[in-house]
Ligand binder design. Structure first.
Ligand code: PGA
Length: 232
């Protein structure tokens, strides 16, 4: 299974160096994908078994785009995966589905595997709009790449009301969404993300369609993370 670690905007240079050592000591057969901040990508030790990912990419090619980091630049640092469409960026940076479609296209051009985040807000869930929202997010994100390339994309279902809140959906809710996604995209790996931790993994792992996890808070706590992967 996949365990993707989203460090978000955490860990300064020295903190990251010692964090990486702790992470490398975690003994697991699961596929670990680390998503550090852009600066920490440059400090990553490529001799480990951990795969390298970015948390974001520019929708543009190299050129006059101040403050952006291109897919070509990520590739030159051996980045193999990249998160796109995370709900924090959709909210804080007002990223729209069309921009995410451009990012998807840039990553596919460079052979970087996109980890596409989708998921509904609390309000959308309360109004039974979750499938409509997820369908739209997926369709637009995939609109600029060809069918063969869509199969390479890792989809991460992250209900926004679950991210960082300590609340996780019921297994019934997870199974329902995973079935919906897999009915439409049967070839794609689908991760669950949102407050997954060493305590609720026992419940989450009963959901047989889950191909792995995208972990935020837990990614920063190597000993608890180690407990999590052992229980997976
Ligand atoms: P969380 O974050 O595990 O802290 O809820 C998940 C994410 O945002 O990817």
């Amino acid at each position: 299974m996949i365990v993707a670690l989203n460090n978000k905007c955490n860990l300064n240079k020295n903190e990251f160096i010692s964090y990486l050592k702790e992470l490398e000591n975690i003994n697991t057969n699961h596929e670990m994908i680390l998503c550090p901040s852009f600066l920490n990508i440059a400090l990553f030790n490529n001799e480990s078994n951990i795969k390298l990912a970015a948390q974001n990419v520019s929708e543009n090619l190299n050129g006059a785009h101040t403050g952006e980091v291109s897919a070509e630049q990520l590739k030159s640092f051996d980045v193999e995966y990249c998160i796109i469409g995370h709900s924090e960026r959709r909210k804080d940076q007002k990223e729209a589905n069309e921009e995410i479609a451009n990012k998807m296209e840039r990553l596919i051009e460079e052979g970087i595997i996109p980890i596409l985040c989708v998921g509904e807000t609390k309000e959308e869930r309360e109004n039974s709009k979750e499938k409509e929202i997820i369908k739209q997010e997926l369709e637009i994100a995939f609109s600029k790449i060809n069918y063969e390339d869509t199969k390479k994309v890792i989809i991460a279902y992250e209900p926004i009301w679950s991210i960082g809140t300590g609340i996780i959906p019921t297994n019934e809710q997870i199974n329902d969404i995973f079935k919906f996604i897999k009915d439409n995209y049967p070839e794609n790996k689908v991760l669950y993300g949102g407050s997954a931790n060493e305590n609720n993994i026992e419940t989450l792992k009963e959901c047989k369609d889950i191909d792995g996890y995208l972990l935020g808070g837990l990614s920063l706590k190597p000993s608890k993370l180690s407990e999590f992967v052992n229980k997976m």
